[in-house]
Design a protein around this ligand. Structure first.
Ligand code: KG4
Ligand code: ZN
Length: 463
């Protein structure tokens, strides 16, 4: 039997179609998926019924599911520049959370260099995971399963986390849950707001993504909007670098801080994509406007630390930062406003807008979006900053949600070779596009390697 999430073929595309064409569902087993009842069986007893033969797999799943409280999930995240791990209980208790950031590397090299990021992950992954287990006062024996981000993200980086997860799962005979990074950003909101039921609307804003998603149910998402070029986090990071800010604390946070000193109306940057009445985003044009504004003020874009700027120069940079932030966020506000209208037409019962991803930790973003939400009668759910930026808790929690529905892979062999090939999904949409939401302002950056998570799950349900 082939594994559902981790194929052993080096060619992910062909491997993938093979999996979809097989009689086995791809992401878990719907027909025998256990019902959500609170039973006395421990997570361990359920999960450990695993064997690598498919017939036993089905019989394992026909046994009752574990109680929420009994599930203990380790989550591992290495999709970009943070190495993170956490242990979370099925009832939402966070038992530990560890993040090792590569901000220093980023500030030295001006961005994420995949090979360097991979090395940095490899250097710390064992310690980060061990620390997460130690802080939770647990060993691998106490875990029900391991959840790990398998995409989207940088292949080299994803591989480090997946390898670690498989090694650990192999040694302790634990099932594995492969997690979609952006789904994890959205679902972590359900951990902190327990009233947050499906369906809900989510704005996910990070370094690589800008997504407006209507979450119908677990694993079923409709994409109302996405970015046609850069994500907002990328625009924050670039602007911060050009303005000579201290990138060690992260471009976004540094820019947010400087913007407090500036006049947000001093420069009239134009708001992106106003002529397109959809929910898509674009930040490339705003970046160009910022660069021109910096050049016209004779601010050097090379070796220009703000710590060396005189008062006038600092003021000028703060004005650019504040004006950029006002327009970058206004673009979010306008798109959210429209997405709320669309979402209420599609799913009139939605009550919440979730805002998550690294940029959602920004106070100005949170304040502005809370106005949008108030005016539309919805409620805003914004996870605390430590759960907005990349973290292991969101991966563990998403793992728990899928695990409880029977969506997971059997334990890998304990003696899996170091150089085994796994299926990773560097480009992996979360949901299908809303047909009315397609922008005429299309970018070519849309090559899809994998079908969306939603289509995979729906395919497995039909099977
Ligand atoms: O979700 P995340 O941690 O990683 C990705 O999945 O990309 O998001 C990282 C992005 C970076 O671009 C970072 O500068 C931005 O989130 N960010 C912020 C703030 N904190 C992090 N942007 C604006 N203001 C912040 N306070
Ligand atoms: Zn992220």
């Amino acid at each position: 039997m082939s594994s559902y999430l981790f194929a052993s073929s080096p060619c992910s595309v062909s491997r993938f179609s093979l999996l979809l064409g097989s009689s086995l569902p791809f992401f878990g087993i719907k027909s025998s998926a256990p019902r959500f009842t609170r039973l006395r069986h421990t997570a361990k007893s359920w999960a450990h019924l695993w064997t690598r033969s498919s017939s036993k797999l089905f019989s394992a799943l026909s046994s009752p599911p574990p109680a929420y409280d009994d599930v203990i999930m380790l989550g591992i995240e290495t999709s970009c520049d943070d190495t993170a791990a956490a242990v979370v209980r099925g009832n939402g208790d966070i038992l530990s959370q560890v993040v090792s950031s590569q901000a220093d590397l980023l500030s030295r090299y001006g961005g994420v260099a995949p090979k360097m990021a991979e090395e940095a992950h490899s250097l710390v992954i064992d310690q980060v995971v061990q620390r997460a287990l130690d802080d939770a006062k647990l060993t691998g024996n106490d875990l029900s399963a391991v959840a790990v981000t398998i995409g989207p993200g940088l292949s080299l980086c994803l591989r480090v986390g997946v390898q670690k997860a498989r090694r650990l799962a192999g040694v302790f005979n634990l099932p594995i849950v492969g997690v979609h990074h952006m789904e994890a950003h959205a679902l972590v909101a359900r951990l902190i707001e327990r009233n947050l039921q499906f369906p809900f609307l989510a704005l996910l804003i990070s370094g690589g993504h800008n997504l407006l998603i209507l979450a119908h149910k677990l694993g079923h998402y409709l994409q109302l909007g996405t970015t046609i070029d850069d994500a907002i986090g990328e625009a924050y990071d670039k602007t911060a670098r050009w303005l000579g800010l201290d990138m060690r604390k992260g471009g976004g946070p540094a820019l947010e801080e400087l913007a407090l000193e500036g006049d947000a109306n001093s420069i009239n940057f134009s708001i992106p994509m106003r002529q397109h009445k959809d929910c898509n985003f674009s930040y490339a044009g705003l970046k160009t406007q910022v660069r021109l504004a910096i050049e016209s003020r004779k601010i050097s874009m090379e070796h220009n630390p703000i710590s060396l700027a005189n008062l006038d120069d600092r003021r000028s940079r703060a004005d650019i930062a504040a004006s950029f932030q006002r327009v970058a966020v206004l673009h979010l506000e306008e798109r959210c406003q429209r997405a709320i209208e669309w979402a209420l037409k599609i799913e009139p019962s939605i009550k919440y807008l979730v805002v998550s991803g690294g940029v959602a930790s920004n106070k100005y973003v949170r304040a502005r979006l809370s106005h949008v939400v108030e005016n539309s009668g919805l409620e805003l759910v914004c996870p605390p900053p430590s759960l907005c930026t990349d973290n292991g808790v969101m991966v563990a929690w998403t793992g728990i949600e899928h695990f409880l529905l029977g969506r997971f892979d059997p334990p890998p062999p304990a003696d899996e070779p170091e150089d085994a090939m796994f299926e990773l999904r560097p480009r992996w949409p979360l949901g299908e596009e809303y047909s009315q939401g397609k922008s005429e302002a299309r970018s070519l950056k849309r090559a899809r390697v994998f079908p969306s998570l939603t289509s995979m799950i729906q395919g497995s349900v039909q099977n």
